[in-house]
Design a protein around this ligand. Sequence first.
Ligand code: IPD
Ligand code: CA
Length: 270
Amino acid sequence: MQPIDVLKEASRQVYENVKSLAGTKAAGSDHGIGAGGDISRKIDIVAEKTVLDYLKKTGFECTVLGEECGRVELSEKPKGFVIMDAIDGSANAVRGMPFFCCSLAFATKNRLRSVSAGVVTDLSSGDMYWATKGKGAYCNQKKIHVHKEKPVYKIVGVNISGAKPKLMRRLQPIFENSNHSRHLGANALEVAFFARGLMDVYIDLREKIRVTDMAAGYIIAREAGGIILDQNLKPLDSDLSYETRLSFIAAANNEILKEMSSQLKMKPYR
Ligand code: IPD
Ligand code: CA
């Protein structure tokens, strides 16, 4: 089985196992602090266990890097890493806000740029966004692309959750100009929406997001033709460790990238 098929099936099983749990009181029960440093909720644990059980059952030889479970070695000869955020958008999932997803990626090396397959499943609708390196990005069976034409409404996704006053001041032009700003609460799904052409840009400059939340969205957005750069306007890359935190801008084309980076006073690092 190819890594993409393993990720798709694991993610489909997560959808089946959590769809009736989201929004219930049980979904939010406290299961202690996860490897990523946040409180693990029951829905996070159920989703991660689904993926781990499936990977074990199929004998997929890998090292898992999970937001709650941390590093789990499933083989002595791993073919690579499964980077798992079994529930991205846990707060939405617990409250029953229909915007949360399962994000799974496969990387051959300990680097974001070595991600070769990714799946983001919208756990409210069951829509599956997926991509493999060099073969394009899809939503279910349909090929997807970032929005290349001039949009009727320019939609700018921007993550402001927990943003400090200094960052909010820097982001102010994004809210003032002729942009329609959006913040939906699940980074991986927001990046998948960007890849599908529903947003023109997605910005997260909080220096907070983990690789687990980003890895699948990263390959889906790139395969859909998006540009993903770090805060210094360099191609986004990092190691896969939990401690690593990222800032990034994903843009549908160079024109909008130039416009946004100048509004945000982002300068190339030399
Ligand atoms: C969170 C979501 C959210 C972002 C947080 C992440 P989680 O992921 O991606 O959009 O603002 O920084 O932690 O914790 O629900 O997996
Ligand atoms: Ca999570």
